[in-house]
Write a protein that binds this ligand. Structure first.
Ligand SMILES: Nc1ncnc2c1ncn2[C@@H]1O[C@H](COP(=O)(O)OP(=O)(O)O)[C@@H](O)[C@H]1O
Ligand SMILES: [Mg+2]
Length: 259
C-alpha cells in the first residue's frame, strides 16, 4: 500500500485572540491525505488558507497565533531531511552568489565543500543556469532567481516538497518554462509534492491530483485525480482534448467557489 505522507484530519484553524474579538477563522474541517509520490496541487481563492495548510504541514504554526484543532501527521523515514519549503518570494541571500545560495542548506547539513559544490553545479545545470554560478541575486532575472530558489530546496533532497505559489510572480513565458522544468524534475524523481497555486490550469498541467478549496473559512470541496500520462509537455498538453476535458470539468466547480 502507498504510504500516506501528510494527513490532516478534521483540521480547523483560526488566527487571533478570542478575547479581543479579532478572530479570523481560516480552516474548517479540512481533510487531506497526500500519499507518497503524489504531486498534489491545492487551488483556491486568494486569502482562503492555502499557505496556512502548507505551514501546518511544515510544522510552522505557533499556538500563540490562534486556535487549532484536529490532527496533523507527517510521515518520514529517519535518515532523510523531511520537508523542503519553496516560498513564493525568493529567499535568496543577496550577499551570496547563485552557487553559494544553492550550497547553503548543504553547508548547514555539514556536506564537505567539494561535494556540495559539485551537487550545486549539477542542479544549476539541470535548470539551465550554468554560467551564472558567480552572479549575485540582483544580477539575475526574476525567473532565474525563482529557479535558484527551487533548486536550493531540491538539492538537499527532502522527502516532501512544499511549494507556495512559486511561479505566481512571473511573466507568462517564464512561467511556462518553469512549469516544464518542475514537471520534468518531478517525473524524474517522483517525490511527494504539495503545490499551492491560484491557477487551475497550472494545477492540472503539473499534478497527479488537484484539490479545490472553498473561500474562507476554507474546506476541501473537491479532490480529483488527473489521469494524464508523464512525462508531460506543458506546451502541447494544453491543446489536447484530454486536458480540455479535465479543465472544463473542474472549471465550473472552481468558479462556483468564487461566488
Ligand atoms: N499570522 C496571521 N495572523 C492573522 N491572520 C492571518 C495570519 N496569517 C494569515 N492570516 C489570515 O488568514 C487568511 C488565510 O491566509 P493564507 O493561508 O495566507 O491564505 P492564502 O495562502 O490562501 O492566500 C487570510 O485572510 C489572512 O489574512
Ligand atoms: Mg498564500
Amino acid at each position: 500500500m502507498v504510504q500516506s505522507k501528510i494527513r490532516l484530519e478534521h483540521v480547523s484553524a483560526s488566527y487571533g485572540n478570542v478575547e479581543d474579538q479579532n478572530v479570523v477563522q481560516v480552516l474548517r474541517d479540512v481533510n487531506l491525505d497526500v500519499r507518497e509520490g503524489e504531486f498534489v496541487s491545492i487551488v483556491g481563492p486568494s486569502g482562503c488558507g492555502k499557505s496556512t495548510v502548507l505551514n501546518l504541514a511544515a510544522g510552522l504554526w505557533s499556538p500563540s497565533d490562534g486556535d487549532l484543532s484536529g490532527s496533523i501527521n507527517v510521515h518520514h523515514s529517519e535518515r532523510k531531511q523531511t520537508i523542503g519549503y519553496v516560498l513564493q518570494k525568493d529567499a535568496l541571500f543577496p550577499w551570496r552568489t547563485l552557487i553559494k545560495n544553492v550550497e547553503y542548506p548543504l553547508e548547514i547539513a555539514g556536506m564537505p565543500r567539494r561535494q556540495r559544490e559539485e551537487l550545486a553545479r549539477e542542479w544549476i545545470n539541470r535548470v539551465g543556469l550554468s554560467g551564472f554560478e558567480e552572479r549575485y541575486p540582483y544580477q539575475l532575472s526574476g525567473g532565474m532567481r525563482q529557479r535558484a530558489n527551487i533548486i536550493r530546496v531540491l538539492a538537499y533532497d527532502p522527502e516532501i516538497v512544499l511549494m507556495d505559489e512559486p511561479l505566481g510572480a512571473l511573466d507568462a513565458h517564464t512561467r511556462m518554462v518553469l512549469q516544464q522544468q518542475i514537471s520534468d524534475l518531478w517525473s524524474a524523481s517522483r517525490k511527494t509534492v504539495v503545490f499551492v497555486t491560484h491557477d487551475l490550469e497550472e494545477a492540472i498541467l503539473l499534478s497527479t491530483r488537484v484539490i479545490l478549496m472553498t473561500k474562507r473559512p476554507a474546506t476541501v470541496s473537491a479532490s480529483r485525480a488527473i489521469d494524464l500520462p508523464y512525462p508531460r509537455s506543458i506546451m502541447n498538453l494544453k491543446l489536447t482534448p484530454e486536458f480540455r476535458s479535465v479543465y472544463e470539468n473542474l472549471w465550473n466547480e472552481f468558479c462556483g467557489l468564487l461566488q
